[in-house]
Design a protein around this ligand. Structure first.
Ligand SMILES: [Zn+2]
Length: 132
């Protein structure tokens, strides 16, 4: 059994391509300057359509998380941490926090992006704790 894969051929292609080269890409609005994630066809703030992809800092903080102790399938290795990451640029995205004990994760913890193979062809962002 394989992990659930992102569907190709949609608005997320630029995001997925960025992950492949080590960039966390967000859409940025040329009209109001807002960043957004998930990808959309228009700006969620001003409804403008002048969106471009830009590389985010990769810095953020944990706004919420849960520890999954019973994986949904054998493709996932439990326990693992699923977290909402408040990015420095504003948007929030859901990801995993890796390379730490689940007990070390806390709301408000500072994190940095990293990238991990999700499958043979897909790389996705994960986050690690950043203490300082
Ligand atoms: Zn806008």
């Amino acid at each position: 059994m394989n992990k659930i894969q992102p569907a190709p051929g949609n608005l997320a292609d630029a995001f997925i391509a960025g992950c492949r080269v080590g960039e966390l890409r967000l859409q940025c609005c040329g009209n109001c300057g807002s960043y957004q994630f998930y990808p959309r066809i228009m700006c969620a703030e001003c409804h403008g359509r002048d969106l471009s992809w830009t590389a985010a800092s990769g810095r953020g903080s944990v706004s919420s998380f849960t520890v999954v102790r019973r994986a949904i399938s054998a493709a996932y290795e439990a326990p693992y941490v699923v977290a909402l990451i408040a990015l420095e640029e504003g948007p929030t995205l859901m990801s995993h926090i890796v390379d730490c004990a689940p007990e070390d994760v806390a709301v408000g913890a500072q994190v940095r992006v990293n990238f991990a193979a999700w499958s043979d062809s897909v790389t996705l962002p994960v986050f690690t704790l950043h203490n300082n």
